[in-house]
Design a protein around this ligand. Structure first.
Ligand code: PEP
Ligand code: MG
Length: 311
């Protein structure tokens, strides 16, 4: 009796491959934490704070006005805590609030938001935080409480910084909030050309890591609006100018013992992973559905680098 021919296809192993480069996962909503942790990722490379705040349906000012500062801080603590629990002791990198004014203006209380011509070039990220240290203090207080609760796997990441001055100011505010920057892991997103060119000063200011926000880095370097369909074909995260900025930052960071990472969408692309591992990035953060493929791509590239080095 004839047997069926055996298919010569090896299914992708369900087992997480061991890699020297860490592969992490991006989490936009705390509800996705369990699924994200189940990927076997080495941690969370980006936990966005936006959803925790925007889902309150009120601007922070309005919410605080009606519910008090403590309720606002508690919302942030609980949002982060769910993810930090799920991943413990794997690190969870939490980004401070980075919503543009046109998103805040949709919420109750949004009429007080500035009406900006170019919200993406405007009052958002660390700029807003440094401009309103009284409001930013609530976010920092949430981190302080998490550390007090023992969540030493929580890391703090600042968005849209341009230079060392932004870092020094943010660091001062951390200290003022009772967080010891020497004891905690914190860092900056590299998402403007200025930040990429200023990373040496930022390293001297004490950051532990620099993480590429390639969505914005691409938008600002190529002057291509990331939300404009008319120029979508020009939105190329693998453009030689972007890769050059990234490669230079990785090299500078290595010289200063600063970890490098990527948390933009491009981290989910195998071509980008190939480039980054070759450049010596410390970790790559991908979307939940892309983690396994990125893990395997990283493994392939690392094996090839190893073979090339002994040949
Ligand atoms: C980025 O800019 O790549 C990033 C991760 O931040 P966001 O997409 O939230 O601007
Ligand atoms: Mg960004």
């Amino acid at each position: 009796e004839e047997t069926e021919p055996v298919e010569e296809v090896r299914p992708q192993s369900p087992v997480k491959p061991m890699t020297a480069t860490e592969v992490k996962v991006n989490v936009s909503i705390p509800e996705a934490a369990e699924r994200a942790a189940a990927t076997g990722a080495d941690g969370v490379g980006l936990l966005r704070m936006e959803h925790m705040i925007l889902s309150l349906n009120q601007t922070p000012a309005k919410f605080i006005d009606e519910n008090g500062e403590d309720a606002y801080i508690t919302e942030i603590v609980e949002g982060i805590r769910g993810v930090a629990d799920e991943f413990y002791p794997r690190p969870v990198r939490v980004r401070t609030l980075d919503a543009p004014t046109d998103e805040f203006s949709q919420l109750e209380g949004g009429e007080d938001e500035p009406d900006e011509h170019n919200p993406m070039l405007g009052y958002r990220g660390i700029r807003r935080s440094l401009d309103r240290p009284d409001v930013f203090a609530h976010e920092l207080e949430a981190f302080r409480r998490l550390y007090e609760l023992g969540y030493d796997n929580v890391e703090i990441m600042f968005p849209l910084v341009n230079d060392a001055e932004d870092i020094y100011q943010a660091k001062e505010l951390m200290k003022k909030a009772g967080i010891d920057p020497e004891k905690r892991r914190w860092g900056a997103m590299i998402e403007t050309p200025a930040s990429a060119l200023s990373v040496e000063g930022m390293a001297e200011a004490g950051i532990d890591f620099a993480s590429f926000g390639t969505n914005d880095l691409t938008q600002y370097t190529l002057a291509v609006d990331r939300n404009n369909g008319h120029v979508a074909d020009r939105f190329d995260e693998l453009h030689p100018a972007i890769l050059r900025l990234i490669g230079d930052v990785i090299e500078t960071c290595r010289e200063h013992d600063v970890d490098t990472s990527i948390c933009g969408q491009a981290g989910s692309k195998p071509e980008m992973a190939r480039f980054l591992v070759n450049e010596g990035i410390s970790s790559i953060s991908a979307n939940i559905d892309a983690v396994r493929d990125v893990q395997h791509e990283v493994k392939r590239v690392e094996q090839k680098l190893l073979l090339d080095s002994v040949r």
